[in-house]
Design a protein around this ligand. Structure first.
Ligand code: ADP
Length: 403
């Protein structure tokens, strides 16, 4: 009796388990049926034992036409011969994996058309034997997008190549034009100076020799001509200096800045007392530069610093250096008339002037030379200033390696 009870308890447990398993299986079937991927299950002989609705839609077969058929029904004919062998190999050493190993896979619809697919294989061992559940994704849209993307990339690369070639061609053309223009401007400026000196020289002779016999208005006209010729000569010299800075070969060496600055000051009375007070904050750091270009830069900045002061004021200029990483900042600080902030950037372009020509004569080329020369030495230049409060010009140059 007790025994019977045991048996019926066991049986009950078994039945409940069975019912639970069947409920799970039913849920699984529902999930497979509703899956967004095509699902197909085959047995060890490659016979289709189950398909879902998505697979029917994908291949155009009714499920009754597929069940019981070999899986090769869904393959393009050219792959059908090799497939049973590959299938058997998989059944012998199954593992969940993607099919194809980097090959492009294709499937075949009922109407004979083909489409690219991705297939994931999942082995499932059951009491009835081994099955494989395959998930099939139609990747037509993705392939089309990949192809489109590849085409766009290749178009872009081609476009970039053409663009680069065009830029290189135009740059070469521009460089050639600039070189030609510089040559023309150089020889033109050079050739202009000869006749100009003749005009200047003869006018001066006439003024000196015949000055007594001339009327005051005639003398004044002559003096004005000499003056104009002088200004023109100054302009030509500055243009020549500008073209020279652009054309000359710049080889950087270590320049002992302090010695160079002192030498420039020694050679020019307008940089010395009683006409000006220049203070060097010793020592000035040595820099890597081109000595001739640097001489031009320092001279131009000092010329401006002593020139742009209010009438009657003694120009005072402080020269100092400070380190800035691999660069050196060379400062020129003056007590001059200063520069309005909005004008500061354009001053470094050629022919730009802010102050009136009568009080402060000039050609507007000095700072353009400074910038070109400094940039050719791998540096930069800027100004800090306020009207009436003096100006600070800062030249940045590579620091000289100290051995
Ligand atoms: P130039 O001195 O021949 O006029 P630059 O190119 O050297 O030409 O300078 C351009 C302009 O910048 C000057 O006309 C002047 O207005 C302004 N400038 C340059 N240096 C100074 C300075 N140290 N203080 C005030 N203004 C300056």
């Amino acid at each position: 009796m007790t025994y019977c009870n045991f048996q019926s308890q066991d049986e009950g447990r078994h039945l409940r388990k069975q019912a639970r398993l069947e409920a799970v299986a039913a849920q699984m079937r529902l999930a497979v049926e509703a899956a967004p991927n095509g699902m197909v299950m085959i047995d060890e002989r490659g016979t289709i034992t189950m398909v879902n609705a998505q697979l029917e839609r994908m291949f155009g077969y009714d499920r009754r036409e597929m069940l019981g058929q070999p899986i090769e029904l869904l393959l393009p004919e050219r792959y059908r011969g090799a497939h049973p062998g590959q299938r058997t190999a998989f059944f012998h050493s199954p593992e969940a994996r993607a099919m194809g190993h980097g090959r492009d896979l294709f499937a075949r619809r009922k109407d004979g058309t083909e489409f690219p697919v991705e297939v994931g294989l999942n082995p499932a061992d059951t009491p009835d034997g081994r099955y494989v559940l395959a998930a099939v994704i139609d990747i037509t849209a993705r392939k089309r997008m990949e192809a489109e993307l590849a085409r766009v990339h290749s178009d872009l690369r081609e476009h970039a190549r053409t663009l680069e070639a065009t830029v290189a061609e135009r740059t070469a053309h521009l460089q050639q034009t600039i070189a030609e223009l510089e040559t023309v401007s150089y020889s033109l400026s050079h050739d202009l100076r000869g006749p100009l000196r003749t005009i200047q020289g003869f006018s001066q002779i006439v003024l000196a020799d015949a000055g007594d016999r001339l009327r005051p208005e005639e003398k004044e006209l002559l003096a004005k001509s000499i003056n104009a010729a002088h200004r023109l000569d100054r302009l030509i010299q500055d243009v020549l200096a500008y073209t020279k800075v652009s054309r000359q070969n710049v080889v950087l060496t270590t320049v002992p800045l302090e010695a160079l600055v002192r030498q420039i000051i020694d050679e020019r009375p307008e940089f010395q007392p009683p006409r000006a007070e220049l203070v060097i904050e010793s020592p000035l750091a040595p820099v890597r530069g081109h000595e001739a270009s640097l001489t031009q830069v320092i001279t131009n900045l000092l010329d401006n610093a002593v020139k742009f002061v209010p009438p009657g004021r003694l120009p005072r200029i402080r020269i100092r250096t400070e380190p800035e990483g691999t660069m050196v900042r060379l400062w020129f600080e003056d007590n001059g008339i200063g520069i309005a902030p909005e004008a500061q950037d354009r001053l470094f372009a050629i022919f730009q002037r802010v102050h009136d020509e009568k009080t402060y004569p000039g050609t507007g080329i000095g700072l353009a030379i400074v910038r070109k020369a400094v940039e050719r030495m791998g540096g930069s230049v800027r100004v800090e200033s306020q009207p009436g409060q003096g100006s600070r010009f800062c030249v940045r140059l590579p620091r000289a390696e100290v051995s």
